[in-house]
Design a protein around this ligand. Structure first.
Ligand code: FAD
Length: 327
């Protein structure tokens, strides 16, 4: 595998907490840097407890970017700041999560810097001595392609839940924290955030959940999601939905999984009353274990399922909840 002298990670933060994909990116950065420097850039304020957990990940430097324009997400200000930091640090590799943030900002920054971007990577091949080889899905997850990058610098976005974050609990090294004040006086903001309205959710972030209980049109109503929510609570997971369920008004679009919704890779995905259209599979077929519950034995979801239950979800789901409650 190639070696990068300097890897820069842009952190993804939600409500003062680093999202798991940032820890995963730090582990990937160490593999790529192989002794080189690893920098983490943080544009929002961070809970001090999180800095403690970063000490177990051997970071060389953390850049705390301080500017009033960055207090809430602003695309123009973020792009400008990322560009400034890349100019300052001159990294060989820039990593971030393939999240709403990474998907929005990284292509614009890559275009501004005229550097290559590999998006939605799910695997880093470590067998090549000289090159970085990343795998990414194409054709909505129907095929995979390996991409080799030989010439730095380049940008990579990582799909959450596909890389292992290696914490070393014996490590307790101090992190050098530097403050960076970007000069944003010249930029014209095309949009400004006037208000942030947060949706109240169950607490488990869908794109980072280890267990997802998803419902489709077979759930038949908004109320029909109640047994799925109970099962998700028992399993410590999150509830998701197909577009069929969202279009029918049974679930919020924030829960939609698939090509035009969220892409998820949980350890366990339980599909209830979902037929398994290609656009839905694009968002969940990488899940480690898939369980499908459907009354139709011919439903295409069974082709990707590891375990299939032909039956009525309103009978099967409460039984599963009861069994898991017993364990
Ligand atoms: P249906 O296809 O209607 O399936 C319902 C299933 O429930 C059936 O298999 C039925 O047998 C089963 N069922 C019924 N009653 C029960 C019961 N009591 N117990 C158990 N099973 C039962 N879809 C997505 O999901 N995500 C996307 O991001 C997405 N993006 C799209 C983008 C484009 C451009 C297009 C054209 C389509 C997209 N779709 C997406 C829509 C997709 O093609 C399907 O229409 C959709 O996934 C169907 O949702 P469904 O499986 O819930 O519904």
């Amino acid at each position: 595998m190639g070696t990068a002298n300097n890897v820069l990670i842009f952190a993804d933060i939600r409500n003062g907490t680093l999202r798991q994909v940032t820890f995963e990116a730090i582990s990937v950065a160490h593999q790529m840097a192989n002794g080189g420097e690893v920098h983490l850039a943080i544009l929002e304020s961070l809970d001090p407890n999180q800095i403690e957990s970063l000490k177990q990940l051997k970071l060389d430097r953390m850049w705390h970017v301080d500017h009033p324009l960055l207090k809430t997400f602003n695309l123009d200000a973020y792009v400008e700041t990322w560009v400034h930091l890349i100019d300052l640090l001159n990294p060989d590799v820039i990593l971030t999560g393939h999240t709403a943030l990474g998907r929005d900002v990284s292509p614009r920054v890559a275009a501004r810097k005229r550097i290559g971007l590999l998006s939605d990577c799910i695997k880093l091949d470590t067998s090549s001595t000289y090159e970085f080889v990343f795998t990414r899905p194409i054709y909505a997850g129907k095929a995979y392609v390996q991409r080799t990058i030989t010439k730095p610098p380049f940008f990579v976005t990582l799909r959450p839940n596909n890389f292992v974050a290696h914490f070393d609990t014996s490590l307790d090294q101090s992190i050098e924290i530097k403050t960076f004040h970007p000069n944003l006086s010249q930029i014209s903001l095309r949009t400004v955030v006037t208000d942030v309205v947060r949706k109240v959710t169950s607490g488990v972030d869908l794109s980072e959940a280890n267990v997802i209980v998803a419902g489709g049109r077979g759930v038949k109503s908004k109320e029909g999601f109640a047994p799925l929510e109970e099962l998700a609570v028992v399993l410590g997971g999150a509830v998701g939905a197909s577009r069929g369920a969202c279009d029918a008004g049974y679930a919020d679009y924030a829960l939609q999984i698939g090509q035009t919704g969220k892409v998820v890779t949980p350890d366990l995905y339980i599909a209830c009353g979902i037929s398994g259209a290609i656009q839905h599979l694009a968002g969940m077929s990488m899940s480690k274990t898939i369980v499908a519950i459907n009354i139709d034995p011919e439903a295409p979801i069974f082709e990707v399922a590891d375990y299939g239950i032909v039956g009525d979800l309103f009978e099967v789901v409460p039984l599963l909840t009861k069994e898991w409650q017993r364990i």
